[in-house]
Design a protein around this ligand. Structure first.
Ligand code: GRF
Length: 201
């Protein structure tokens, strides 16, 4: 049975694009709905180009709006891919264990409220760590807190700035997220995966 996937995104949607490309017609998972809280989100335009139904959340804090959309499209798995607000608690409760989020650092470090975008990579660089990466975790009621399912590790290189590091991590995200969704489709629910370790030439 095909796993029916909804993707929520506030921004450009490059992770959505990676999923759409990875989940071809023969794949065991399919993106059936894209949700956004921002009218100008690139993710909505990408959904349109791929002829995937999409919806702009008029009231992103209203659980009924989420639940109605997810139920209408018979969604099995909700993927947060650059969705910047908290998902309403009632939605988390209803879909517990079936909502995942991708974060551009190696959780549990460099996550939590306010840790998004460039700020994450600035904090990683300021810490002096030699490694960063991306994490996919199950979503609970707090930002970036649920159990980690999979991580892709990339080196922090001498001379990195937040932009070069962000670009390296984003590439890793584009491999990690489809791998996690395909594994979830095979297992029938999101499952832990071994780390992906990316070395740099
Ligand atoms: C990614 O870095 C993701 O980890 C974070 O927000 C960014 C979204 O990028 N949560 P995009 O919209 O998928 O291009």
């Amino acid at each position: 049975m095909t796993m029916r996937v909804a993707v929520a995104a506030s921004g450009g949607g490059s992770n959505l694009e990676a999923l759409l490309r990875a989940l071809g017609p023969a794949a065991p998972a399919r993106v059936v709905l894209v949700l956004s809280d921002r009218a100008g989100a690139g993710a909505l335009a990408r959904a349109g180009r791929h002829r995937v139904p999409s919806a702009l959340l008029a009231h992103p804090t209203d659980p009924q709006e989420w639940l109605a959309a997810l139920e209408r499209h018979d969604v099995d798995l909700l993927v947060l891919a650059g969705y910047l607000k908290l998902v309403p608690v009632e939605v988390v409760e209803h879909y517990r264990g079936r909502i995942i989020n991708i974060h551009p650092a190696l959780l549990p470090t460099f996550g939590g409220q306010g840790m998004y975008g460039r700020r994450v990579h600035q904090a990683v660089l300021a810490s002096g760590t030699r490694e960063s990466g991306a994490s996919v975790h199950l979503v609970d009621e707090a930002y970036d807190r649920g159990p980690v399912l999979a991580q892709a590790r990339v080196p922090v290189l001498p001379g990195d700035d937040p932009d070069t590091l962000a670009a390296r991590v984003l590439e890793a995200e584009h491999r990690l997220l489809p791998a996690v969704v395909l594994a979830a489709a095979a297992a029938g629910r999101p499952v832990p995966l071994p780390d992906i370790v990316e070395t740099h030439p």
